[in-house]
Design a binder for this molecule. Structure first.
Ligand code: ZN
Ligand code: ZN
Length: 179
């Protein structure tokens, strides 16, 4: 059965840090953006009580199917995400900055907190805007649309449609032979 919420009981947390290891399924992650979550996420939550509430650190990793922003090919890679939050007791009354230095505050009015939306938000906000399959991905050729793997061998002269197709096949064969 899928969990719709994962409650952390804060009243059990003291000044000694507590760690919780969670496995989050793609359904629970409930992400429906540009990429795809493939497999469960391993998430480690570290919580400790502080004078103003609790300090919570979330660290996770999960396989994500990205689309390379240069060559447009899909690739699956282990994606790590993390962030920290201050859980403050009492409702947010306004007037005070929500930011405590670089750490976001979450206001809590109960002895428990649902960590699933927090995990989701950290996952989404950590996703890269322009992912690349490899740092030296040369993208696709603006003439023939093929992935450029070897710039030196890949050239186009001023050519007719027929020649373009010839180049296309040549490169396709070359690429096919490599694999
Ligand atoms: Zn690429
Ligand atoms: Zn080309």
């Amino acid at each position: 059965m899928e969990r719709r919420e994962i409650l952390l009981l804060l009243k059990d947390i003291g000044y000694k840090p507590r760690r919780f290891r969670l496995e989050i399924t793609p359904e629970e992650m409930d992400y429906s953006g540009e990429y795809a979550v493939v497999g469960n996420a391993d998430v480690l939550i570290t919580v400790v009580r502080t004078d103003i509430g609790y300090h919570m650190k979330v660290e996770g990793e999960v396989d994500v199917r990205f689309v390379c922003s240069r060559c447009l090919e899909e690739y699956v890679r282990k994606f790590r995400f993390s962030d920290e939050n201050i859980l403050r007791r009492g409702a947010y009354s306004g007037g005070v900055s929500l930011k405590d230095e670089d750490v976001d505050s979450i206001y809590i009015d109960r002895d428990e907190i649902d960590v699933l939306p927090i995990i989701r938000e950290i996952f989404i906000s950590n996703l890269p805007i322009n992912p690349v399959c490899s740092p030296d991905c040369k993208g696709i050729c603006p003439v023939c649309g093929l992935k450029i793997e070897d710039e030196a061998e890949h050239r186009h002269e001023k050519v007719s449609g027929a020649r373009k197709l010839g180049d296309f096949l040549q490169v396709a064969l070359k690429e096919g032979g490599k694999k």
